[in-house]
Design a protein around this ligand. Structure first.
Ligand SMILES: Cc1cc2nc3c(=O)[nH]c(=O)nc-3n(C[C@H](O)[C@H](O)[C@H](O)COP(=O)(O)OP(=O)(O)OC[C@H]3O[C@@H](n4cnc5c(N)ncnc54)[C@H](O)[C@@H]3O)c2cc1C
Ligand code: SF4
Length: 630
């Protein structure tokens, strides 16, 4: 009888990478088992929407399971206790001064000094369920920061190596864009290349920014330009899915699946009879055999989120692929000590597993225009300013891309609710109801029309440097309901990254001034920086060099940052096995039949949202595995 637990390939994680790889392998007739910690997306889609509609706090994690809030004895909704959940994950609701290190609320055991502010999902389809869909290529210089600017690291691959894989990923996921617009910073396309769908139309907000900055002086020698953003979102019907209806709900869930998410590809993968997914199956140990090859993966099963372990299993394969994203992958590697045989975890002879945790910390600013720009329509973002993703300034401070938001002040202050309540109750949390007047009837409608149609915001996604002191480890104290150690995080921002915030703030103010818009960005004070785990200060001299606070003639500024959801860099690729975890093929240096995929392999975070690049790399890894299997 055939062994029902032996496969050509075992994949851990049914998110973006896992889904793309499973589809390729299944189409080639290989037998594949995906172990997925979360529940089946088929069971959860309607439920997820319902949970989101009724959620009081509409954060990216709200639709997904296990619920991030539960009612306490008095019926008050508060963050659930992660020790009581079999598959915990982080939520932005626990980034407050009192909650970020409260282990009864926050899943990650945050050690500081700053808070890691990004989150992810553990559900069939992974974090790609709640992503925005922005699908940018990285400019060539992002792959060779050390060579070109003398900072950070070089990748062991360059843009040319990835170019074809980018094209394949764009067609697999369904990206809408015009290639002619995307060739900035030397991003190349094969002659005649076209994206699978034309671009999503620019919004009225985009048009206002474009017109407003047309006369703006170059910033650090760079002329700013608005560029339409490539997005894995249907501009026309595609892959049996509808075209975008423009209702600004892409994060955390597109109700009509006009936005690509991994469940689209998982569905296709599951049409292959040789692809099996085991949901509610949490990989708990990667077993290494005598020959130093991975010999199996053990997993634990559960029925309900708060019910504990109900069973266990073990699967074997010719090749193993870990696609559990950049916090759960290092967690699994570090947990896999093999009764002391791999005391520092699997694939960790370099000691680099869990190191160099990165994100694109966001500088968020917002303003009110003179004339209406009519936000709250279209996808959350349709254009950006990509001009400062590269330039000579990168030898001194971090680069950034500027996302133009179409969702009014939803991100900064939770609008339209906050402003509406201000005008109904006579409060002024939005700063738009200076007189503190409570309105009703026609007056209320006029006031809200004036206030809401002029709102817009900019999000500056700042490049973070890879540092040894930004880590994912195993908590010595806290476990989940399966008895597995929860992730422990240390996190900080380098001077180079902080000076990127200083540059971003300057550019932001210049844009609003050029547009004649009134800025409402929250002023961060020293007190904020001292108490808020997502705020910091930076002091610099006239040359832009960071100096100790109090230095004569120096300037000190205070900032708050937000997580971008771009979790990067915790098992990086390299060309030297002593300081990297995988080679350029994403194959573990230590175990030749083990592949680690996802943004954890990025040596640097670069300047673009990571998913298109990790998808391109996943397709490349699938090809290598197929070649291995013959
Ligand atoms: C709010 C938000 C917006 C975003 N928007 C964008 C965007 O516009 N553009 C962009 O490029 N990126 C965006 N991202 C990032 C994007 O979502 C991630 O880069 C992408 O989902 C990562 O894919 P992945 O396959 O590596 O991981 P995931 O998609 O997270 O998949 C990992 C899978 O592994 C499973 N898993 C975890 N642990 C185990 C285990 N022990 N056993 C079995 N299974 C396990 C999880 O359940 C999950 O299904 C956004 C992220 C957030 C949070
Ligand atoms: S705007 Fe609406 S329809 Fe379009 S992708 Fe976003 S959520 Fe889906």
């Amino acid at each position: 009888m055939a062994d029902t637990n032996h496969f050509d390939v075992v994949i851990v994680g049914a998110g973006v990478s896992g889904a793309l790889i499973a589809k390729q392998l299944g189409a080639a007739g290989k037998s594949v088992c995906i172990l997925e910690a979360g529940i089946d997306y088929k069971d959860s889609a309607a439920e997820a929407l319902q949970r989101f509609y009724t959620a009081q706090a509409k954060v990216p994690e709200s639709p997904y399971t296990p619920a991030i809030v539960t009612p306490d004895a008095q019926g008050v909704q508060s963050p659930s206790n992660p020790s009581e959940h079999v598959i915990g994950r982080a939520t932005t609701l626990t980034l407050g001064e009192d909650s970020w290190q409260n282990s009864n609320q926050a899943y990650m055991d945050q050690q500081g000094p700053l808070a890691f502010a990004s989150t992810y999902e553990r559900v069939g389809g992974g974090t790609g369920r709640h992503w925005l869909g922005t699908s940018l290529r990285f400019p060539p210089n992002d792959f060779k920061m050390k060579t070109v600017y003398g900072v950070e690291e070089d990748w062991p691959i360059d843009y040319d190596d990835l170019e074809d894989w980018y094209g394949k990923a764009e067609h697999e996921m369904g990206v809408s864009a015009n290639a002619a617009d995307q060739g900035y910073h030397d991003i190349g396309f094969p002659s005649g290349y076209s994206y699978p769908m034309p671009q999503i139309l620019d919004s009225l907000v985009d048009d206002a920014v474009k017109a407003g900055i047309s006369g703006l002086e170059p910033q650090e020698g760079i002329k700013l330009e608005v560029t339409n953003t490539p997005a894995a979102r249907n501009s026309v019907p595609f892959q049996n899915r509808r075209q975008c209806a423009g209702n600004t709900n892409c994060i955390p869930i597109c109700p009509i699946q006009a936005k690509w998410d991994p469940t689209v590809t998982l569905y296709e993968a599951r049409q292959s009879p040789s692809v099996e997914i085991r949901f509610k199956s949490v990989a708990s140990e990667i077993v290494v055999g005598e020959d130093n090859l991975v010999s199996s993966i053990k997993y634990l099963t559960y029925d309900t989120f708060d019910g504990g372990q109900t069973g266990s299993g073990e699967v074997t394969a010719e090749r193993y692929i870990i696609a559990a994203h950049a916090i759960e992958t290092p967690r699994l590697l570090l947990m896999s000590t093999n009764d002391g045989k791999t005391p520092n975890g699997v694939a960790n002879s370099s000691g680099a597993v869990g190191k160099h945790l990165m994100d694109h910390p966001i500088y968020l600013s917002w303003a009110h225009t003179k004339d209406p720009v009519f936000g709250y329509r279209g996808p959350l973002s349709t254009s950006g300013i990509e001009s400062m993703r590269d330039g000579a300034f990168r030898s001194k401070h971090a680069a950034f891309r500027i996302e133009i938001g179409n969702e009014g002040w939803n991100f900064p202050i939770g609008d339209p609710y906050t402003t509406t309540l201000d005008f109904v109750l006579g409060t002024n949390h939005s700063q738009l109801n200076d007189s503190g007047t409570a309105q009703q009837g026609k007056g209320l409608v006029t006031a809200l029309n004036h206030a809401l149609t002029r709102q817009f915001r900019l999000g500056f996604l700042v490049e973070q440097t890879p540092e040894d002191n930004c880590t994912v480890g195993l908590s010595a104290t806290y476990k989940d309901r399966l008895g597995l150690p929860r992730p422990s995080i240390t996190y900080d921002l380098s001077d180079y990254t902080k000076m990127g915030f200083v540059a971003a703030k300057k550019v932001s103010s210049n844009i609003y001034a050029a547009m004649g818009a009134k800025e409402f960005t929250k002023t961060i004070t020293k007190e904020d920086a001292d108490s808020d785990p997502t705020s910091f200060s930076v002091t610099y001299d006239a040359n832009g060099a960071v100096v100790p606070e109090g230095t004569a003639g120096a300037t000190t500024e205070y900032f708050q940052y937000f997580g971008a959801g771009h979790i990067v860099g915790t098992y990086r690729m390299g060309s030297d096995s002593t300081n990297s975890v995988v080679d350029k093929d994403q194959r573990s240096w230590d175990h030749q039949n083990l592949f680690l995929v996802g943004s954890g392999v990025f040596p640097t975070v670069a300047t673009g949202n990571p998913t298109l690049t990790l998808a391109a790399l996943a397709l490349w890894a699938a090809d290598t595995v197929l070649a291995d299997l013959g």
